[in-house]
Design a protein. Structure first.
Length: 236
């Protein structure tokens, strides 16, 4: 049985005032961290997971040294996620050897055998092309801890800042999938509550929607985003 993503959440990690059980609460992953101060702020606001991008083409890419600083002394209940796009095995192992990583996120064309070789739980990103069959994908990636659904844009691995049509993954679909669904792509403080109510994902993933500039998180936007998640949870 594969572990649940962000499963190292504990009672101490619950958002203040949130009396929903952890199984019902939508988790929050904030991706594209480049600065320690932003990571500390995200954790204090209630983020369950923080994402580090190890993809040179991304404006949010971090070096190993930067990543070490970002995750320094983060509490154990926060899941640290490393995002890779068609990286080599040596590149991934170099990060795993030197940075605290709890979960891998594969955002390229990696096959299951490429994902499982590191002995670290992983989630697989799915770019939501029109012909995507999520039921088939979860069969192929049955070793994954979850599927991250992101917008599709030709030639772009992710981080487009554009939302896909959430009507393509209604609750009737997510309830039938056996893997936890992490909803990404164009989420903002303004639309996250609506997205959760429509899809009911296990978690939501945000990057550009809580930034003042690429790679620079805005504490007020992060707070508003998490408040939006909480409001959707309280209405469930």
């Amino acid at each position: 049985m594969t572990p649940m993503p962000f499963a190292n959440i504990s009672a101490s990690a619950q958002i203040p005032g949130d009396d929903l059980c952890t199984e019902r609460r939508t988790r929050v992953k904030i991706c594209g961290l480049t600065r320690r101060d932003d990571a500390v702020a995200a954790v204090s606001l209630g983020a369950d997971a923080l994402g580090l991008v190890f993809y040179a083409a991304s404006p949010r890419a971090v070096s190993i040294a930067q990543a070490q600083e970002v995750v320094r002394e983060l509490p154990s209940h926060v899941t640290v996620v490393a995002l890779f796009v068609n990286a080599t095995e040596s590149e991934i192992r170099a990060v795993l050897d030197k940075v605290r990583i709890d979960l891998l996120q594969f955002h390229g064309d990696e096959m299951p055998q490429d994902c499982i070789r590191y002995g670290t739980p992983y989630i697989k990103a799915v770019r939501m092309r029109e012909d995507v069959d999520l039921f088939e994908i979860e069969k192929v990636y049955n070793s994954a801890s979850g599927l991250l659904l992101d917008s599709y844009q030709c030639g772009v691995a992710g981080g487009t800042g554009v939302a896909f049509d959430w009507a393509r993954v209604p609750q009737s679909v997510t309830k039938r999938l056996t893997k936890p669904i992490i909803l990404a792509g164009g989420l903002t403080p303004a639309n996250v509550a609506g997205a959760i109510k429509q899809v009911r994902p296990y978690a939501v993933d945000v990057s550009g929607g809580v930034e003042s500039a690429k790679g620079i998180k805005d504490a007020a936007k992060m707070a508003a985003f998490i408040q939006g998640v909480n409001s959707a949870n309280s209405d469930s």
